[in-house]
Design a protein around this ligand. Structure first.
Ligand SMILES: [Zn+2]
Ligand SMILES: [Zn+2]
Ligand SMILES: [Zn+2]
Length: 102
């Protein structure tokens, strides 16, 4: 959505400081989800709300609304900053370092 807006109003882009993610080239890999659910939650027998997949290694973790927040924990542990929603019908990607959709 943000990207679409910034493209549409490209004349404003020069004056607006549009954030861009510089991690895509290095960290975005062709990965497949390693697990069907949050890896850590499944081990702990915990419940999660939404799933996020790491775009660097395919780790599947739960979102920030879940008690475990394992997707973010995975980023803190490994430094893999890019995730994609693993929810059906969602394909947005997010960079933890920049805090923006990519
Ligand atoms: Zn980034
Ligand atoms: Zn989890
Ligand atoms: Zn990862």
């Amino acid at each position: 959505m943000l990207r679409w807006l910034s493209r549409k109003f490209s004349r404003k882009e020069a004056t607006m400081a549009t954030a861009k993610c510089s991690h895509v080239a290095e960290h975005l890999k062709k990965v497949k989800p390693q697990t069907k659910g949050c890896e850590e939650c499944m081990k702990l027998g915990q419940k999660w709300l939404h799933l996020r997949m790491c775009l660097e290694c395919g780790h599947v973790g739960c979102c920030d609304s879940s008690p475990g927040r394992h997707a973010r924990a995975h980023f803190n542990e490994t430094g893999h900053p890019l995730i994609q929603s693993a929810e059906r019908g969602e394909d947005w990607k997010w960079c933890y370092i920049d805090g923006i959709y990519i």
